[in-house]
Structure formats: C-alpha cells, structure tokens
Design a protein around this ligand. Structure first.
Ligand code: ADP
Length: 453
C-alpha cells in the first residue's frame, strides 16, 4: 500500500466535510498524472469501481498531439475508451490542494478488463511479478532534481522561455543559505508530501544555480514509482502556487549542469537485503554481482527508457557528473553505475544514467529486466573501474535518441521481458519525437548558418 487513506477513512472525511474532491488519475507514457476531478460523493457512490478515459492518453506526446502509427489507438479505430480502475491502495490526501484526495488507476481494456500492456504501471508490475516468482522484492529509490525559476510558468511561457533566470544566482550544492531563499517552495513541498504519505528524506541544493534535489526513502519499486510521480506533480503545483516555475527538463541551458534522476536498487527476500554478503570485500552477494553485470551488459538496450527525448541526450557531457560510459565503480560519481553503501546491509547500485525526465515506472521496469537477465544468465561482473570514468575505455551510452531507439528495437532482452507490442509502441513514441524535432528550425541553426553558409 502506498497511500495513507483507506476507503472507509475517505468516506469519514467526506462526511466530515474535509474532502470534497477526488483526483482519479492514470500515469501516461511521459510519467504524468492524467484523469478527472471527481466530486468525492460521486466517487464514493460508484466511480471508485471504475471510470473511463480516451485511449489516446497512452499515445500522445508531451504537447498532447495524437500522432498516427500506434496499433493501440487511431483515428480509424475511433479513439475509444480505456477503463480507469482505481487502485484503492494508493488513495491519499493531496494536502496542498484544498479538500482534495487522489487515487492512481490501472488502465484496463474496455472489453476484456485486462491490463493494457503498454501502460507504465502494468509494465513495471510485470517485471515485479517476474521477480516475485524468483522469490525477490525490489527496493528502489529515485532522486528528483530540478531547477526553480524567478518567474511563473505563465510569465515564462508568454516570454517564449527566453528570460530563464534561476531563483538563485549561486551554485547551491548543499548550500544552506542559498536554499533558505527557496524555502517558500521547498518547505511546503516536503511537508505536504510527507502528509500525503510519501516518505520524504530531505531536500538539498544541487550543483548549479537554482537547482534542488528531493530525496524520498527507498520503498518497494511500485510505491517508489508512485511516490516519484506524485512528488514531481506536487513540485510543479506548489511552485505554481508560489508564483514560480520549475523545470524537470534534463538540460535547459547548454551552460548549466543537467538534472538527473538516479535510481538506487537493491533486491530483498523476506524483508532482508539479498544484495549483501558480509564475506565479500565490498559486501556484494553473488546475486548482486549477476544483477549489476546485467545492468551493464544491457545498458545500451534500455537507455531509451532512461532518456526518452531529444533533450535527454544533451545532458550526457564529460565532466558534468552525468555519465557517458557504461562502467561501474565504487562510490564514484563519474561512473554510470555507482556502488553505494559497500560493506553494509545498505549495499546497493545507483544507476546515474537517467535524467530528470524519466518515467519512473518504465525506467525501473527496464533496469529490473536487465538485472533479472543478468541473474538468469549468471553473468560475471568485471572488476570495478577506478579513476575518472569519463576517460574510461568501456562502451558509451547511446549518443542520441535515434541510437537509443535503434538499440531498443534490436533488444531481444527487452522484447522477451516487456513484449514485442510494448517495444513497438515506445519505439513509435521515440520516432515521433525525432520526426517532430526534425521538422523545426532551431535558433542554433539560424545563428550558425544565416550569414556563413
Ligand atoms: P547519495 O550519496 O546518492 O546522496 P543517499 O545516502 O542520500 O545517497 O541515498 C540515496 C537514496 O538511496 C535514498 O533515497 C535512500 O532511501 C536510498 N537507499 C538507501 N538504502 C537503500 C537500499 N538498500 N536500496 C535502495 N535504495 C536505498
């Protein structure tokens, strides 16, 4: 259970006049909340069982365009409905919105009531079921990095996003004074999320002007993905309430460090971490070594799910703390995969490839699929890299969205784990992003070539 309200609690709070609205949401391909605002009394009277949404919601782009080319939905098929099935274990208050609770829904076929295979929650649940059949649970944490800006979303949109001034003009990594100036956003964010049942650990300044990080305690992977999605949504809403804008774009300026979403991973059995072996020099069990070897072997295959847009690839720059190479290392922030908590029960692997634009369900599902394959294949883990990983000789993370899409399409591992239809669906999403970008003429091209070509 990731929520904090039982259905009975909800009824009592509605009766007491404390809650009047229930947001009923699915998670879309981009990891956003989409859905309806129910009058709480109508939700309790029946919508808690199911409601409906247009099936294009799992086939739009960021701007809500409806590209052709998806087997699941189209103009010719008439854009029918999906069933939104509330998962009542996710019911929780949304304390930053007056009188409001929320619930996440699974997405089901209208006729068969089976889960839609390309729905992000279904994709993660499928990998968790595979793990469960092996006797393991996945404990994960995702970090959220983002930038806060002086102006509001509305002002910046009207300005064409030209006057992007971060709230702080000073690198605020671990900086208490600079982050005090952002407490009008960050304090309500921590406190409201906590009251929504999301186990916030802390926020801290990050290594750029106006860059913040939100850390949430590790939890079972599905809960972690739910927490991430709600926390990202809350960050935007609370910043908006305070007249500020926030961006999760991985690289909003060529001159600024990018924003990441590192994924911490460990496997557990019966409440005990099975990645830990006290006899090993680094405290890594044989199982953990197989898992990490799987992450490394298949890193190219699943990079698309950690970097799904054109902009995602601008973040992977040498000397930027965003990785470029498929390498693992001990507590080394230059590597794509960083061993954390070595020699302790908290031993875990942190994947540093993902940007702040990940869909956490897809990212974790893809990482788990690779780790599971590493275990199944009994893969041997190479020795850890030492030094500056940017100078390493190992494989490179795909350089562009086009490369990552090709690797996705060519991945037998992901086809086997996620299903061919799911791969085809997301490869179409990637293709659309590439085509859409290729249709526009950028400021860069004009400035570069206007007089000089
Ligand atoms: P960093 O050095 O990257 O800042 P932290 O100590 O702040 O690392 O931890 C980062 C994240 O790792 C936190 O969200 C924490 O809950 C998570 N974490 C701690 N132990 C585990 C574990 N055993 N498995 C998965 N995640 C964990």
């Amino acid at each position: 259970m990731s929520g904090t309200l039982s259905f009975e609690d909800l009824k009592a709070r509605v009766e007491a006049g404390e809650i009047d609205t229930v947001l009923t949401c699915i998670v879309d391909m981009q990891g956003r909340l989409m859905g309806k605002r129910f009058h709480a009394k109508h939700f309790i009277a029946g919508a808690w069982e199911e409601t409906h949404c247009c099936n294009y919601l799992l086939a739009t782009d960021l701007a809500m365009s409806t590209p052709e080319g998806y087997a699941s939905t189209s103009w010719s098929a008439g854009y029918g409905d999906y069933v939104m099935k509330p998962d009542l274990s996710t019911l929780r208050p949304m304390p930053w919105l007056e009188g409001t609770a929320m619930v996440l829904c699974d997405v089901l076929d209208h006729h068969t009531h089976k889960e839609i295979p390309h729905s992000p929650r279904a994709i993660l649940k499928k990998q968790l079921a595979r793990l469960e059949a092996m006797g393991f649970d996945a404990m994960m944490a995702t970090e959220l990095e983002f930038f806060l800006f002086e102006k509001s979303f509305e002002e910046l949109r009207k300005d064409g996003y030209r006057d992007l001034a971060p709230l702080s003009g000073i690198n605020e990594d671990y900086h208490i004074l600079q982050t005090t100036k952002e407490e009008h956003v960050m304090r309500p964010l921590r406190n409201h999320l906590w009251d929504a049942g999301i186990p916030i650990e802390n926020t801290k300044g990050e290594a750029e002007t106006g860059q913040e990080e939100l850390n949430i305690k590790y939890a079972p992977a599905l809960n972690t993905a739910d927490y991430h999605t709600i926390a990202k949504h809350a960050t935007k809403e609370i910043a908006w309430q305070q007249g500020r804008a926030v961006t999760f774009l991985p690289k909003w300026s060529a001159d600024k460090v990018g924003s990441s979403s590192h994924v911490h991973q460990s496997l557990w059995k019966d409440g005990k971490p099975v990645f830990f072996d006290p006899e090993d020099d680094l405290g890594m069990s044989a199982l953990m070594k197989n898992y990490v070897a799987g992450l490394l072997k298949y890193a190219g295959d699943y990079t698309y799910f950690l970097a799904p847009y054109i902009n995602s690839y601008k973040r992977f720059q040498k000397g930027s703390f965003a990785p470029t190479r498929i390498i693992w290392s001990i507590d080394n922030r230059t590597a794509g995969f960083r061993l954390c908590g070595d020699g302790t029960k908290a031993v875990r692997i942190e994947c540093r490839v993902g940007g702040s634009d990940i869909n956490p369900y897809l990212a974790m599902a893809a990482l788990l699929a690779a780790g599971i394959k590493g275990i199944e294949e009994g893969l041997e883990l190479q020795a850890p890299f030492k030094g500056d990983a940017y100078e390493g000789k190992s494989g490179h993370i795909p350089h562009t969205l086009r490369d990552a899409r090709e690797a996705l399409l060519a991945s037998d591992m992901l086809r086997e784990a996620l299903g061919d239809d799911v791969i085809t669906h997301y490869a179409r999403a990637a293709e659309w992003e590439i085509d859409d970008f290729n249709r526009v003429v950028t400021d860069y091209e004009v400035a570069r070539g206007f007089e000089l070509v």
